[in-house]
Design a protein around this ligand. Structure first.
Ligand SMILES: [Ca+2]
Ligand SMILES: [Ca+2]
Ligand SMILES: [Ca+2]
Length: 276
């Protein structure tokens, strides 16, 4: 009897532990719960600055190399290196964009905004131990990207990283010279984007649960070798005649935080054709 009692007690205890551990996530533990994202932002920035201080861009090789003969460090090439402040999840980050080719100088299109749909090619490279090792199996295809949330479900491969979204406005697109063959562009905008982990694949976005996905790139600095081929000028996601970038009722430059329709309070204006 006492054995049955103690088994019952153990079962009851484990249920209590199970519930108190994680009642919100049905028992799935978030392994990233203790990550200090502020500290990570700081150490990521230190690592990026270290890389930019010890490497240079070799135009002949179209590649980034370790300084070995007094070449100009990327960090000192102030003409081509752009630094942008980006706040994400209430943490301030610095995004570093190194432009190797600006794009077609006489393009009538100018530069995309951070909400225009872009046609890009990118190679994704993790920055680890002051080195970027290109993995050719990693994503490096041409793809159209929607830079804001839409109604169309997208695959993880089509998800635009916050760092990349904020980098596109620095580039101009090329010109489409496709002529009965494969889609071809020339004079495209090219460069490198150095994204602290918080602007790439932050584990802060991790959702514990039966369909959880632990991305090996969580909390790692990501470098994009990026090419801007084309973009849709004044992208209008809800086809109401007003460009998404203009659907910014509170005028803060971010159309994703404007909800003017009181009957549909969760629908941003840029996806609501009744508001324009
Ligand atoms: Ca619109
Ligand atoms: Ca706004
Ligand atoms: Ca609208």
């Amino acid at each position: 009897m006492s054995k049955i009692k103690s088994i019952f007690f153990l079962v009851a205890l484990s249920v209590i532990v199970f519930i108190s551990c994680d009642e919100e996530n049905f028992g799935f533990i978030n392994p990233f719960e203790d990550v200090d994202y502020e500290a990570l932002a700081k150490s990521d920035n230190d690592s990026i600055v270290q890389f930019l201080s010890t490497h240079y861009y070799d135009a002949n090789l179209d590649d980034i190399r370790l300084i070995n003969a007094g070449q100009t460090a990327l960090i000192n090439d102030t003409e081509n290196l752009k630094i942008k402040d980006v706040t994400q999840n209430d943490i301030d980050y610095k995004l570093y964009v190194y432009i190797t080719e600006e794009g077609k100088p006489n393009s009538t299109k100018g530069n995309p905004t951070k909400v225009d749909s872009v046609f890009i090619s990118r190679t994704e490279i993790p920055l680890i131990n002051n080195s970027i090792a290109f993995d050719p199996t990693r994503r490096n295809n041409k793809i159209w990207w929607n830079l804001v949330r839409t109604f169309v479900p997208i695959s993880p491969d089509e998800r635009a990283l916050v760092g990349a979204v904020n980098a596109f406005p620095f580039f101009r697109p090329g010109e489409n010279i496709t002529n009965n063959g494969p889609i071809t562009y020339q004079n495209t905008g090219k460069g490198y984007v150095f994204m602290p982990s918080g602007l790439a694949y932050p584990s802060i976005d991790f959702v514990p649960g039966p369909r959880q996905n632990i991305d090996p790139l969580f909390d790692i600095i990501i470098v994009y070798k990026l090419e801007l081929l084309d973009f849709v000028e004044n992208t209008d996601h809800d086809n109401d005649g007003k460009a998404t970038i203009e659907e910014d009722a509170n005028g803060d430059g971010d159309p994703t935080n404007d909800f003017s329709d009181t009957s549909r309070p969760n629908l941003p204006d840029y996806l609501n054709p009744n508001i324009n």
